[in-house]
Ligand binder design. Structure first.
Ligand code: HEC
Length: 192
């Protein structure tokens, strides 16, 4: 009889404990998950790499046209301005959502090998050090997963709904290099 009572109580007790644990731990977890790996110095480094890496030029709406005058709270949310060429139409991803979904180790692995469509300069990510990639991840996560996903990629020939930047066809890979520029006149010695 006592055994029975214990048995029927146990699941309820477990559920109660689970509820208590979720209630007390979950908020701490989500807060620290957002700040994962992000010491102040690392986040600062990530901000610097993102700025100099030009990521905002495409992944932040209006960044380049405004001379970089978009507040940081609106950075890297992707753009609905499409890039159209013989690859179809691509849209810069919302990196705030992207980084929130991708654990840092997976990001580092992916960034070293990733090949995506133009005009994403994926090849520059291959050259970044692990430390810089981690810093970029920490910085983007520190901004929080805000905004909505960018429009889906459209294959060649499919009409885009919104505005697009149209690229001319790529020159054939075998095309001759441009003629050498005229030599620059020797500059006068610098006066000290
Ligand atoms: C010239 C515009 C441009 C610049 C600059 C740029 N991106 Fe992108 N990026 C894009 C576009 C467009 C896509 C979507 C490509 C596609 O759909 O295949 C993209 C996609 C991505 C993706 C998703 C790739 C995947 O398939 O997993 C990541 C991550 C990314 N960019 C990171 C960066 C980072 C970090 C920087 C700065 C170092 C940067 N981008 C600079 C245009 C750009």
């Amino acid at each position: 009889m006592t055994l029975f009572a214990c048995d029927s109580l146990a699941p309820r007790t477990r559920r109660l404990l689970a509820a208590l644990l979720v209630g007390s731990i979950a908020p701490t977890l989500s807060a620290s998950a957002l700040a994962a790996g992000g010491s102040k110095a690392e986040i600062e480094r990530g901000r610097y790499v993102v700025k100099l890496g030009g990521c905002n030029d495409c992944h932040t709406a209006g960044y380049a046209p405004s001379g970089g005058k978009v507040p940081e709270s609106a950075w890297l949310m992707g753009d609905s301005l499409g890039f159209q060429g013989d690859w179809g139409t691509t849209y810069p991803s919302n990196l705030r959502i992207y980084m929130a979904r991708l654990p840092v180790d997976q990001w580092v692995l992916r960034a070293h090998k990733m090949v995506s469509r133009p005009p994403m300069p994926w090849f520059t990510l291959h050259d970044m050090t692990d430390a810089d990639l981690r810093a970029v991840h920490a910085f983007v996560r520190s901004l929080g997963p805000v905004g909505s996903p960018a429009p889906d990629y459209l294959p060649p020939g499919q009409k885009a709904n919104g505005p697009v930047v149209v690229y001319p066809p790529a020159p054939p890979a075998s095309s001759a290099p441009p003629a050498a520029a005229a030599p620059v006149a020797a500059s006068p010695p610098i006066k000290r």
